[in-house]
Ligand binder design. Structure first.
Ligand code: ATP
Length: 833
């Protein structure tokens, strides 16, 4: 017996190790990548390919891939808490330092495994792998703590319950057996076997198998699950907080409209292809703030000074590239900036035309500030120097005190400000993402590194870019609602743009459901918790707000899945019940924090995860039901027999055979069932009152049926080994037949569906062969203490085994009717009865 239990435990451990290996393998699919410069070319390298001497460029959100000496930097900050324990970000720059510096004071170094949390920089790799400071630290760390997941907690609690129950039942049976005068050795082995049979030792293996199978299926659907239990949590998710750009929309920006102080244009063409033209709107339409109704071009736009300046800022205040690959135009870098390059190109302006401009100090884009600026100097003729800025309209306007109109610089009056704000709202209402452009001439002699604030800017104009929703997302949103999930859009964009997109997707219901970042700042945590359930759009929010939103939702009892890509999203991703990182746009830090990484950034994949999670919960539930019913039936057969004075119907080795093969195998097959693809599964828990009722009803019917046949066989003078074999065969056959009922649970599968399931058929065949082998192959029959059953015994055996599920249905229906009546208020109970 001990050997069989050990074998069972060993199978469990092996399966768990295998599953861990699977997860490790899946995680290996996303090694940190970094941007390096080799032979003058920008290349993307896997961190493991780096060698000392490589030049690497890093920006906010990147995980440092090696120990790197900075050679140039702009506002660079790094979070070195993993290495030094310092929780605040440290400033980094290229300045030289004294030789014997403490690790935390080496500000010109970036260390492997730390995160760049602001600015950008270029550096030279000095150490890699285990030779780095982090490698040294890792070699000192021998053990890694494992955190207990909610799923593990639940399984542990169920197992504990059953172990306690098994010990009590075993104890009672032992005591009664002793009182009845059954020999001590027989009672001790029977009670121990009984206790062992009640422990669902196959449960951890079954759950691990169910989750691993789900992880494999999700990998095929473009999602890598990094934690085994996350799929189960995803199945219980109630709210999906999702970014707009890239997840709901295509993240393919095209500028569709632009305006300056007194004029407006529409832009033709789609995507990043620089074919299309600017067509000016009639003055009255422009004055009405870009009504977008085209009346035809009437002036060469490139001659317009405001437009020329705007396009100049588009090109210079930009870190992206426009490239043609295999005949297709695409952007390398931020799609928003790519769209601006295409806009300039449509008007005949390319980055190559700007070689006389020297780009200096940059204040990088940050979704918190929603703007970016760069100092640029014209090294040709005039030697002019400017600060060029672009960003969200409200932000840029806040830094402007003048505006440009037809080349003339005028003070920015309140009236003009309102006019610009109205233009912004008009663009936003057409679902356009709006960016404003401004500049300020600088004194060439000032050290441009010292410029860290954009003030007294001159407003030039704005662009509105279209980022169309992904075609299938509208349907996905409807499906999310049908699954009982609430999608919440979280975006850095303007609320009007967010509403316009949300309307197209079916997320928006009414004005109350929109909250902006400013409003969030004014709400206390308690106030936010009170309203958060009604909100379906959070606009103009920063990543820091996301953490508050998740926490507020969780306080209200919601189970939250949250998407993110930037480094600042990490706290919210960590806090969410399921953190989801974007595989394409996500930073390494975000991916490493997340529970799930989407290789294709798509909302539909999250829904697939939810459905998969629910299928897994359903599978675990079915497998658990199947396992527990068998165990309960075995307990009933032995314990009732001992209590009512019958001989012991089952020999310990038979109980163990059932636990190892005929119970465990069907349960495992139930655990890996991929589920029905068409059906929208409801949210269920994997163990609840309903399941217990089914287990008890079926277990009692099967146990009593088997015991009844055993008693009847003895009553008609059947020899003991045959009567015991009848009880054994009834239990096994009953367990195998009811596997179908468990599989049918909560699904609408037909007989044809399960006949196609080769695993199910295979497992059932193996189990039946094991039963027949144990009965009819003499050496096995000797080992399992069974006897060959004459054919006539199979009629009652199959009759009892087959009727368990049939009989359980009316009994369960009666129980639920009674429960429904008792749940009614007292005055309605009589009428209902
Ligand atoms: P989400 O992805 O969460 O839906 P988002 O990515 O659109 O939101 P952000 O990228 O934080 O939000 O952008 C917020 C605002 O910042 C935009 O509406 C735009 O006005 C401005 N913005 C976006 N990208 C840039 C950029 N590269 N330079 C300057 N300003 C930008």
């Amino acid at each position: 017996m001990g050997a069989i239990l050990l074998a069972n435990a060993a199978i469990g451990t092996i399966q768990e190790r295998k599953a861990e290996k699977v997860v490790d393998k899946l995680n290996q699919f996303q090694p940190p990548v970094c941007k390096a410069i080799r032979q003058g070319q920008h290349v993307e390298l896997n961190a493991v390919e780096l060698v000392p001497g490589d030049i690497v460029s890093l920006e906010a959100g990147d995980r440092v891939p090696a120990d790197i000496r900075l050679i140039n930097s702009w506002n660079m900050r790094a979070n070195e808490s993993t290495l030094t324990g310092e929780s605040l970000p440290v400033e980094k720059n290229e300045s030289s330092l004294p030789e014997d510096c403490a690790l935390s004071e080496r500000t010109n170094m970036l260390f492997m495994g730390t995160d760049v949390c602001g600015g950008k920089g270029i550096g030279i790799v000095v150490q890699t792998g285990m030779s780095t400071e982090m490698g040294h630290l890792m070699s000192l760390l021998k053990q890694q703590e494992k955190e207990v997941t909610p799923l593990q907690e639940k399984v542990t609690s169920i197992s504990k319950k059953f172990v306690k129950g098994a010990l009590i039942v075993g104890g009672i049976v032992f005591a009664i057996g002793m009182l009845r005068g059954i020999p001590f050795p027989q009672m001790i082995s029977t009670s121990i076997t009984l206790a062992a049979s009640a422990i669902p030792e196959g449960l951890p293996v079954t759950i691990t198998i169910a989750l691993s199978a789900g992880i494999f299926r999700m990998a095929k659907k473009n999602a890598l699950i990094r934690k085994l239990s996350s799929l189960e949590t995803l199945g219980r998710t109630t709210v999906i907080c999702t970014d707009k750009t890239g997840t709901l929309t295509k993240n393919e920006m095209t500028v569709k409209a632009l305006s300056t102080a007194d004029r407006a244009w529409t832009v033709t063409g789609d995507g990043y292809e620089p074919t299309g033209a600017l067509e000016e709107l009639a003055p009255e339409a422009a004055a009405a703030a870009a009504g977008l109704k085209n009346v035809g071009s009437y002036e060469n736009p490139s001659a317009h000074p405001d437009l020329t300046r705007l396009l100049q800022i588009c090109l210079l205040c930009n870190n992206s590239k426009l490239e043609q690959q295999e005949g297709q135009w695409m952007t390398k870098g931020d799609p928003t900036e790519g769209a601006l390059l295409t806009l300039a190109a449509k008007n005949g302006l390319w980055l190559n035309d700007m070689t006389h401009w020297h780009r200096g100090h940059e204040i990088p884009f940050d979704s918190k500030t929603a703007k970016m600026s760069v100092v640029c100097k014209d090294v040709q003729a005039e030697r002019e120097c400017y600060l060029f800025s672009k960003g969200a309209v409200e932000t840029i306007l806040r830094h402007c005190n003048r505006y440009q109109k037809n080349g003339e610089i005028l003070p920015l009056s309140e009236e003009q400000k309102q006019h610009i704000i109205q233009q912004n709202e008009k663009f936003s209402a057409a679902a356009l993402r709006v960016l404003a452009f401004a500049y300020r001439p600088l004194d060439e002699s000032i050290d441009n590194e010292s410029i860290d604030d954009e003030r007294e800017l001159i407003y030039v104009g704005m662009t509105g870019m279209m980022d169309p929703p992904k075609p299938e997302v509208e349907q996905n949103i409807q499906e999310a609602f049908a699954l009982g999930l609430k999608p919440v859009m979280i975006t850095g964009d303007h609320p009007i743009t967010a509403i316009a997109i949300a309307k197209q997707l079916g997320i928006y219901s009414d004005a109350r459901s929109v909250v902006t970042g400013h409003e969030l700042d004014r709400l206390s945590d308690e106030e936010l918790s009170q309203i958060v359930d009604q909100v379906s759009i959070f606009a103009r929010v920063t990543p820091e707000h996301k953490l508050r939103i998740v926490t507020a939702l969780q306080k209200g009892g919601q189970i939250v899945a949250m998407t993110g890509d930037g480094v600042n999203d990490t706290p919210a991703i960590k806090q969410a019940n399921v953190g989801i990182a974007m595989g394409r746009t996500g930073t390494e830090v975000t991916k490493e924090t997340a529970d799930m990484v989407l290789t294709e950034d798509h909302f539909g994949t999250i829904l697939e995860g939810v459905k998969e999670g629910r299928t897994i919960i359903g599978n675990i539930r079915k497998a658990l039901g199947c396992l527990l019913t068998g165990n309960l039936a075995e307990i009933i057969v032995t314990s009732v027999a001992v209590m009512v004075g019958l001989p012991i119907p089952l020999v310990p080795i038979q109980i163990l055979l059932m636990n190892l093969l005929t119970d465990a195998l069907p349960a495992m097959v139930l655990a890996v069932n991929p589920g029905q693809k068409t059906k929208q599964q409801k949210r269920t828990d994997f163990i609840d009152k309903d399941l217990y009722q089914k287990v008890i009803t079926r277990g009692v019917l099967l146990g009593l049926g088997s015991l009844g046949l055993f008693a009847a066989s003895l009553a008609v003078g059947t020899p003991m080994p045959i009567a015991q074999s009848v009880a054994f065969a009834t239990l096994v056959a009953g367990q195998l037949i009811q596997t179908f009922s468990w599989r049918q649970e909560g699904s609408e599968e037909t007989v044809r569906d399960w006949t196609k399931d080769r695993f199910l058929i295979g497992a059932l065949c193996v189990s039946w062969l094991a039963l027949l082998g144990a009965l009819y192959i003499p050496p096995l029959a000797g080992f399992f203490h069974t006897a060959s059953l004459p054919l006539k015994y199979w009629i009652p055996i199959l009759g009892v085994a087959g009727s368990v599920s049939l009989l359980s249905k009316p009994i369960l229906a009666l129980i639920s009717k009674k429960q429904a009546i008792s749940a009614l208020p007292a005055n309605q109970t009589y009428a209902a009865a």
